[in-house]
Design a protein around this ligand. Sequence first.
Ligand code: FE2
Length: 386
Amino acid sequence: MSKEVKSVEYGLEKIFEGAQDFLPLLGTDYVEFYVGNAKQAAHFYKTAFGFQSHAYAGLETGMTDRVSYVLKQDKIRLVLTTALNSSSPIGEHVKKHGDGVKVIALWVEDAKKSWEETTNRGAKSYQEPITTSDENGEVVTAGIYTYGETVHMFVERKNYKGQFLPGYEKWESDYNPTPIGLKYIDHMVGNVGWGEMNTWVKWYEDVMGFVNFLSFDDKQIHTEYSALMSKVMSNGNGRIKFPINEPAEGKKRSQIEEYLDFYEGPGAQHIAVATDDIIETVKQLRARGIEFLSAPPQAYYDEIPGRLGVHMDIMKEDLKVLQSLAIMIDADEEGYLLQIFTKPVEDRPTLFFEIIQRMGAKGFGAGNFKALFESIEREQEKRGTL
Ligand code: FE2
């Protein structure tokens, strides 16, 4: 583990020493996917993940080149966008990458200042600050590029009372599957190319004022066959966490390499969403057709009491039930966490979801990496991409 930044308590929030405050972030505002068919993707996220219809923009609302469906569950907003013609850059994005994350939007107090501070520090601009308005007030947005073709938009909505953004209408639907307990985005992981991890770590430090608070090298993250390296970047208040992965040499092809081959470049690898009741959430997801990576072997679960130590006494969940759902368990000094990973949610083996329940632990399941990656390798084997 390299540079680890000490954290200090400020009320309920952790402020990381060394993080800079030129870019105060209030949270994740939304995540926008560019997809081949937003209408059908929206149906999938409603049905399988329990998202609720929230807002819509398209021909009916005066949008001529695209259609966007906004879905909501507790604090999470997903936007699913498709081009309405062949000359759209949205279509080009889908052609190159398949369905994937285009925008990781960040909620800020001052979008113009956020854009100025980051572009002055070397960020490539995606969109200069623009103010849009409707009868509900005004919103300021601006954007910068991060890895690959992925974008961070800054969204300032303190003077807006509308449903989502100007141009969007409330989306009322007769089809409203129940939510499944997804609460907020815990972290979002980016995959970057060979030897590029430290470049992007430095970019998040210099341009965004983030700090690197956890690092894992290929000696820690490897199986018999493949390896990767990862560094976790966090903003000052700890609300935004972006681990960055790069592939590492192994006997066979790393899952990160497989991603880069199929996404045709760097991009968002997984979105981790938090729940307070992972057993119920995963039962629901399984019942609604979501496929997860296969369960770790019996030996993994046999070792859990030893690995958890004192946390085993406070664990409320039944180990047998967790095992039956293939949920994994890890612990650090502060507590334990429960997590599980879906298979990729598109045809290309690219983006997937993590469901996570934190019971005090602040880590990312390092103790599960080996079991997790062996499970991913079993899938790669089936795809012929290991
Ligand atoms: Fe994760």
